[in-house]
Design a protein around this ligand. Structure first.
Ligand code: PMM
Length: 277
């Protein structure tokens, strides 16, 4: 029996995200894209105003607020379940006030620890991703030489984050963990984490995974000259991961193409699936 994961559709309101930078920067375009993701089968919309692509520089707080708040207001107003993809307490606070119910923090509370107080005060769901450094220098931290390699390091570091999150007053049930594919990780680290998910699942929290369109898939599918497969042509590979991750028991998948992922999950559902309550 496969429990069907929830699908978190990505709405990047940024000029520079690696996967879709600039396409939804204008609020009307972002809202329309969110509605399209819902029609295609997304359960949650993840709205972000800061690109975390390797090497990216950070927007000002005001810029980030200006990008995400109008889009969240409109989509939450439609009745959508909305997540805000932010590392900043101030943006999380404004997003929750605008109708978001989930805070997706790629830094797991390391970039701005005050975000944990905001999450606790609102009793929001909190996605804590494994993270070591901001995008402009995260490549320097992609070293996992300890016993157990990347899997043990990610589990240990996320466990330490859970301690801090609970200490801030967030309830255990509200915490979702994410291995952070591509964040201070080389392709081989991502594959290792995808292969060996049990230790992370064993921490006892819901697990969310974001593999969609990432460069380790582009590298896998590179042509004979070594040119990476373009970002918008990595979907079939992501579909294989969708099936793999669903069968391993992850709670959620963060995807750009909700239709492709939903189609794959519908097949699993038809075969032996149970929809998550
Ligand atoms: N990846 C990106 C952004 N936010 N959030 C979570 N929880 N997990 C991820 O893997 C993740 C994320 C980067 O990808 P994008 O630029 O396509 O949004």
């Amino acid at each position: 029996m496969t429990t069907i994961p929830v699908l978190m559709g990505v709405v990047n309101v940024t000029p520079d995200s690696f996967s879709d930078g600039g396409r939804w920067l204008e609020p009307g375009a972002a809202v329309a894209h969110g509605r399209e993701l819902l029609a295609d089968g997304a359960d949650i919309l993840d709205i972000g105003g800061e690109s975390t692509r390797p090497g990216a520089t950070r927007p000002l707080v005001e810029e980030e607020l200006g990008r995400v708040v109008p889009v969240i207001t409109a989509l939450a107003g439609d009745g959508a379940v909305v997540s805000v993809d932010t590392m900043r307490a101030e943006v999380a606070e404004a997003a929750l006030a605008a109708g978001a119910t989930i805070v997706n923090d790629v830094s797991g509370g390391l970039a701005d620890p005050r975000i944990l107080d905001v999450v606790a005060a609102h009793d929001a769901t909190y996605v804590a991703m494994h993270w070591r450094a901001h995008a402009d220098h995260m490549r320097d931290f992609a070293v996992y030489d300890g016993p157990g390699g990347v899997v043990a390091a990610v589990c240990d570091e996320l466990s330490a984050r859970v301690e801090a999150i609970l200490a801030a007053g967030v309830r255990r049930e509200q915490v979702v963990l994410d291995p952070g594919l591509g964040f201070a990780k080389r392709a081989e680290h991502n594959w290792q984490l995808l292969r060996d998910l049990e230790p992370l699942l064993g921490l006892g929290h819901r697990v969310l995974v974001g593999a969609s369109r990432k460069s380790f898939l582009g590298r896998l599918l590179a042509d004979s000259g070594g040119t990476m497969r373009p970002v918008d042509q990595r979907e079939h590979a992501n579909t294989a991961l969708t099936v793999h991750l669903a069968q391993r028991g992850v709670w959620g998948l963060r995807v750009h193409d909700a239709r492709a992922a939903r189609d794959a999950l519908r097949v699993l559902e038809r075969l032996d699936g149970e929809v998550r309550a």
